[in-house]
Design a binder for this molecule. Structure first.
Ligand SMILES: C[S@@+](CC[C@H](N)C(=O)[O-])C[C@H]1O[C@@H](n2cnc3c(N)ncnc32)[C@H](O)[C@@H]1O
Length: 465
């Protein structure tokens, strides 16, 4: 399996407002911005998907430079495992002993050489200039020498051959995933032939998906220049551009939302219900993506309650639902809810999780998460699910959703709940006849290589009494 060819980056360009490091001579704005993102992630635990847009706004990069900065920053963060494996053999000291700024500069330069195939003189010269400005002349010699060796080793395919990795180690390096995530995806997929395509799809930059919440999707497609999404009747997929500029998005009639998340909200609305259908609950609603779609899709007269434990996330939900009638937003812990048992007819539990299915959007998260994160999340998910089931009236339904396919966080959590004698599992796939390949046993599982969405898991449970 080969990686899709990636666009080549250009040479030095003019940037926007100068960085402190650029006082003496102008530096390449795109590469400097990418470096600042890598540095923020390494030194301050910043989130790239928040830091990068902030820097792009502040620096007023031209669209082409902004696109290159994004490709560089996200790509180098995703590829960290492979880049470090290459650099380890070329630096005399262990990588953690290097000045962290030098390590990030080496990663940035090496990424351009092995993955973007930027001409090596451009990649080396611009990185050496950045090193001189950011760290000092002393470090630039090391960066120059190491990057020349990276260039001499060729592209990623040549380097993988040189590193001699086999089996899961090769898969991990070829697809930019830590090995434990490779294993978790294999376990969840259950199909070895699909594993590499799945991981490669998880390593590609995602399209932007929009949701038409309070407007016709055809009008949104026209306004945005996008195409209707294949699965959700409300989805529009965009090839590029800044969705924040769209009048419909600014007015709240549309929003950015992965098509998989749209299907998760749709699942709750499609679940068969007997009797009353008046009260819906979104237990873990922040920042309000699915609650926004639920509010738009509910029949007249349905009251929507949306909660989140974190007050600032509840505030984001309030903003997302601004102007909607019959909604209540609460800052509340779903394990000790302020509402009574059996209050709701339909409940969505979009549980906090490792996010292993949404790695495309958060490039550094794959290296931040560890297997040790899983047990405490499973405990929280199990408690939240038990409490959420208590909030459903007999005959009512609950959708349990995670943006992770990890079996412990998904099937195993649902199995524990389904062992109760007042709960039955409802099959998901029959509710989505238009979505092939969604069944994971009785549950639903979307995949980036099959559906072009995040790897979203969904299960449907009914309270029998
Ligand atoms: C996966 S996110 C929800 C995403 C949201 N449904 C959307 O579509 O925008 C999980 C949320 O659960 C919240 N959360 C974590 N623990 C919680 C708890 N004990 N009770 C309620 N919310 C909790 C987190 O603050 C986070 O906002």
């Amino acid at each position: 399996m080969t990686r899709p060819p990636k666009r080549q980056g250009g040479g030095p360009r003019r940037g926007g407002r100068p960085h402190p490091a650029a006082r003496r001579r102008p530096l390449d704005g795109a590469r400097l911005t990418a470096y600042d993102v890598l540095d923020g992630v390494s030194s301050r635990d910043a989130y790239a998907n928040l830091l990068l847009p902030q820097l792009l706004r502040e620096r007023h990069l031209e669209p082409r430079d902004a696109a290159f900065a994004t490709q560089l920053a996200y790509g180098a963060l995703r590829a960290r495992g492979t880049l470090d494996a290459i650099l380890t053999g070329l630096v005399s000291r262990p990588l953690p002993e290097l000045d962290p700024r030098v390590l990030d500069l080496l990663r940035l330069g090496a990424y351009q050489i092995v993955d973007l195939r930027v001409p090596s003189h451009a990649a080396v010269d611009t990185t050496v200039a950045l090193t001189r400005a950011i760290v000092g002349t002393g470090a630039s010699g090391l960066v120059n020498a190491v990057l020349r060796k990276v260039a001499a080793g060729g592209d990623r395919a040549s380097w993988l051959a040189t590193l001699g990795a086999e089996g899961d180690e090769r898969l991990a390096l070829a697809t930019d995933h830590p090995r434990w995530i490779v294993e978790a995806w294999r376990d969840a997929l259950g199909d070895e032939a699909e594993l590499e395509p799945a991981l490669l799809a998880d390593d590609a930059a995602p399209e932007v998906h929009l949701v038409a919440r309070r407007m016709e999707r055809v009008a949104l497609a026209e306004e945005s220049g996008g195409e209707p999404g294949p699965w959700s009747p409300y989805a529009v997929r965009l090839g590029g551009g800044d969705p924040g500029r769209l009048a419909s998005v600014r007015a709240g009639r549309a929003a950015v939302q992965d098509e998989g998340s749209q299907l998760a909200a749709l699942l709750l609305t499609r679940a068969p219900l007997e009797g009353r259908d008046e009260a819906w609950l979104d237990v873990c609603a922040g920042p309000g993506g699915k609650a926004g779609l639920l509010a738009a899709l509910r029949p007249d007269g349905v009251r929507l309650t949306a909660a989140d434990r974190a007050p600032h996330r509840a505030e984001l939900v309030r903003q997302a639902l601004g102007g909607e009638a019959d909604v209540e937003v609460l800052a509340a812990d779903g394990r000790e809810p302020p509402w009574g048992p059996g209050t709701f007819d339909r409940v969505l539990l979009d549980a906090p999780c490792t996010g292993l299915g949404a790695l495309r959007r958060r490039p550094e998260v794959r290296w931040r998460r560890t297997p040790e994160d899983v047990p405490s999340l499973v405990e929280l998910q199990t408690e939240l699910l038990a409490a959420a089931l208590a909030s459903v009236r007999p005959g009512g339904v609950l959708a349990y959703v995670t943006c992770s396919p990890h079996t412990e966080e998904t099937v195993a959590v649902v199995d524990t709940a389904a062992a109760r004698d007042d709960v039955e599992v409802l099959p998901v796939a029959p509710l989505f006849p238009e979505v092939p390949g969604i069944a994971r046993g009785d549950h639903g599982q979307l995949w980036p290589h099959r559906h072009g969405t995040d790897a979203m898991f969904m299960a449907l449970l009914r309270r029998t009494r």
